[in-house]
Design a protein. Structure first.
Length: 169
């Protein structure tokens, strides 16, 4: 699966890693694996990816840098896919939500995850003890604010970014 992501800054990834240490039975994201998905684009081989990237670049053309802010620790009790619960850093970003909606006009939304169901977030950990997940959501954190000034095309199969686009696009 390819996606277009807003790379979270080191302050966000460090916070996610710190929180995950307090959930030892859960599967944590390794440093450098934290993502903030703007939109899943689809699957395919290298040729298909090239077409997906071209379409996405066209869709984001004219997008200016936008603000994002981690506001707290929350959880999905039952994940749409994968193991549950999912503890995450909630992200507030009207600019990211607008971008997501624009991308949903060009790429079909994934049922239960995108469109009206879209929740901007950075995953801290998955699975493990539900009580530990609940306790993590009670943590008070200092907000982390940043400006999203680039987007990364991400290859989930390989677990890495394959290209980037600077904003304004």
């Amino acid at each position: 699966m390819y996606s277009l992501n807003a790379p979270p800054p080191s302050g966000v990834t460090a916070l996610a890693s710190e929180l995950a240490r307090d959930a030892p039975r859960a599967q944590a994201r390794a440093r450098g694996e934290h993502t903030l998905v703007a939109k899943r684009l689809g699957e395919g081989d290298h040729a298909a990816y090239a077409r997906l990237e071209a379409r996405a670049r066209e869709a984001v053309r004219g997008t200016a840098p936008f603000a994002a802010r981690v506001t707290g620790v929350e959880r999905f009790e039952t994940a749409v896919t994968g193991t549950s619960p999912v503890v995450y850093l909630a992200v507030e970003s009207p600019g990211l939500v607008r971008l997501h909606r624009r991308l949903c006009e060009r790429f079909d939304p994934v049922d239960g995850l995108e469109g009206d169901a879209y929740v901007p977030h950075v995953t801290v950990c998955r699975g493990g003890d539900p009580e530990t997940a609940r306790r993590l959501t009670e943590r008070r954190i200092d907000p982390v604010e940043w400006t999203v000034d680039e987007l990364a095309f991400f290859d989930a199969e390989r677990g890495r970014s394959v290209s980037r686009v600077s904003l304004p696009a």
